[in-house]
Design a protein around this ligand. Sequence first.
Ligand SMILES: [Zn+2]
Ligand SMILES: [Zn+2]
Length: 145
Amino acid sequence: MDVQPTSSGEDRLRTALEASGHRHTAQRAAIYRYLKSVTTHPTADEIFTQVREVLPDISLATVYKALEAFVEAGVARKLSVGGSPARYDGRTDDHDHVRCLKCGKVRDVVGEHDSELIRGLRSDDGFEIIDYRLELVGFCPDCRV
Ligand SMILES: [Zn+2]
Ligand SMILES: [Zn+2]
């Protein structure tokens, strides 16, 4: 049986970026590779610091623009929490997060929640509820006392 080479992550990135009107560049590919390689949900600053190790000429603005392009292309998610810098997630499937109340660290949680229960919630002032984001909060192993 012939095994066709599967399209690499880079091909998928290129296709998704170009389909949404964005350019695929070597710098964007490196940022994407980094984002896919970690489960830390890094901020743009953290991504910049890491990617600069391999691409010393990259600028923070380039990282920001790349991340916005990834989100628009549907290959990354942006996690915004009021008051703290946005974090980025290379995982785009449905999953939930836990955030440390002390240091702000964000990780994926394992397990399913009861979405029926949440979809049964209503606002009493006429909101049309279209979706939800579930965030668990607590203290990470480093911050637990
Ligand atoms: Zn913590
Ligand atoms: Zn995640």
